[in-house]
Write a protein that binds this ligand. Structure first.
Ligand code: FAD
Length: 377
């Protein structure tokens, strides 16, 4: 193949989803991935079942577990357990991401894994991508889906992206799982974030992340995670830890340039309240595919419209999530009491996670609860 319609760099949820939808529409797609697939990605693997609506294949083979209850703690005590109104998926990212890539390959996408993009240049109306295999690949359009650590955004000239870079670490002990339908969150051990235990069929994902954008002070992510792991009988000190940055949404921004788009975490679309990144990354991957599809058909506004669509559909929600995060982490103990411990809040958050409700439908109420609690103190 001398020239592709689109080269997509990064085979995570954003890139794989873009590859699937573009290939399905008959375009010649190359998916470049620096790792050898399947690859590990530090992640809790909590996925919204809403994504099933965006694909025409079945995700069941890569759903490791479905959780139906949430258990919350504050400093390992003050326990609350509540039903989730809908089951939430738990996936292993090596399996989940590879599965979407395989579906894209079935539609005709060409995968080149174990191949790092090492440079890009726009020449003769095409993108030339050089790789670690000393080759130069050519594509009419480029989608940068290379995640929080990828170089593509900078190479494309997005030197000052609006984002707040959070930190998270994870361990994935393979142990016998107790109460495999329960997802666990701990809010008191870590400042400005939370610690989690997401069960899988063959073990846990236990991790910690400091996410709040207005007052993150770094802090130690390891000890809270180790202490939490111990409460599940897991020796976190002796389990390999994986750290990874998280590019939280921190304002609407231009996501398009000459024949190229940013998608997924390269576009900084992670929810600043929950740190959910998989669904927004898939969403932007699909919207990027739609934009490239239209551009290939001659629509000269398609790429600019992509930036607008992401701002309208995602940005409006993320703005509210950011407000909620700032208010919540200003007084997390109060937030735990007035929001987390209320079963109605869990029901609302599940509906937001599954796309049935918007932040706009619940944030005012949550902020009122927080400010009411502050006044009562
Ligand atoms: C510890 C942790 C826990 C998380 N838990 C959750 C969770 O439970 N639920 C949730 O929704 N979100 C979670 N997230 C966020 C989620 O993992 C990310 O938002 C999501 O993976 C972003 O998808 P992506 O496709 O944009 O990027 P990625 O999944 O990061 O994929 C990018 C790909 O690009 C490749 N790449 C990078 N550079 C190059 C290059 N030069 N050439 C070729 N390939 C390249 C990488 O190897 C990678 O495979 C978590 C994040 C962390 C760090």
């Amino acid at each position: 193949m001398s020239s592709y319609d689109c080269i997509i760099v990064g085979a995570g949820p954003a890139g794989a989803s873009a590859a699937y939808h573009l290939s399905k529409n008959g375009h010649q797609v190359l998916l470049l991935e620096k790792a050898s697939l399947p690859r590990y990605k530090p992640c809790g693997g909590g996925v919204s079942p809403q994504i099933a609506d965006w694909f025409d294949f079945d995700f069941e083979p890569v759903i490791s577990q479905k959780v139906t209850r949430a258990r919350y703690t504050w400093k390992l005590g003050d326990v609350v357990e509540t039903d989730l109104s809908l089951p939430i998926w738990m996936v292993r990212r090596n399996e989940f991401d590879h599965y979407i890539v395989q579906q894209a390959q079935r539609k005709g996408a060409v995968l080149q894994d174990d191949t790092k993009a090492t440079g890009i240049a726009f020449e003769e109306n095409c993108w030339k991508v050089t790789t670690s295999r000393n080759e130069t690949l050519t594509g009419k359009y480029l989608i940068a889906a290379d995640g929080a650590r990828g170089p593509m955004a900078k190479w494309l000239g997005f030197n000052k992206r609006k984002t707040s870079v959070a930190g998270a670490i994870e361990i994935e002990p393979k142990v016998a799982v107790e109460n495999s339908h329960v997802v666990h969150f701990e809010f008191g051990l870590l400042k400005n974030g939370y610690v989690w235990n997401f069960p899988k069929a063959d073990g846990y994902s236990i991790g910690s992340g400091a996410f709040c954008t207005n007052q993150r002070k770094g802090g130690d992510l390891v000890q809270p995670m180790v202490d939490y792991a111990a409460s599940f009988g897991v020796d976190g000190d002796r389990t390999q830890k994986h750290g990874h940055p998280v590019c939280l949404w921190d304002g609407d921004q231009t996501l398009h340039t000459q024949n190229a788009l940013l998608a997924g975490e390269a576009a900084c679309v992670v929810d600043p309240f929950t740190a959910e990144g998989i669904r927004p990354s898939i969403f932007t991957g699909i919207k990027a595919a739609e934009a490239v599809d239209l551009a290939l058909a001659g629509d000269s506004d398609a790429l600019a419209n992509y930036s607008r669509i992401i701002a309208d559909e995602l940005g409006s929600e993320m703005r509210l999530a950011s407000r909620l995060a700032k208010a919540f982490y200003t007084a997390p103990k109060l937030g735990y009491r007035t929001i987390i411990k209320q079963p109605s809040a869990t029901r609302a958050m599940v509906k937001i996670f599954t796309g049935e409700l918007k932040y706009a439908d619940m944030v005012q109420k949550a902020l009122r609860r927080l400010s009411g609690g502050l006044l009562a103190r």
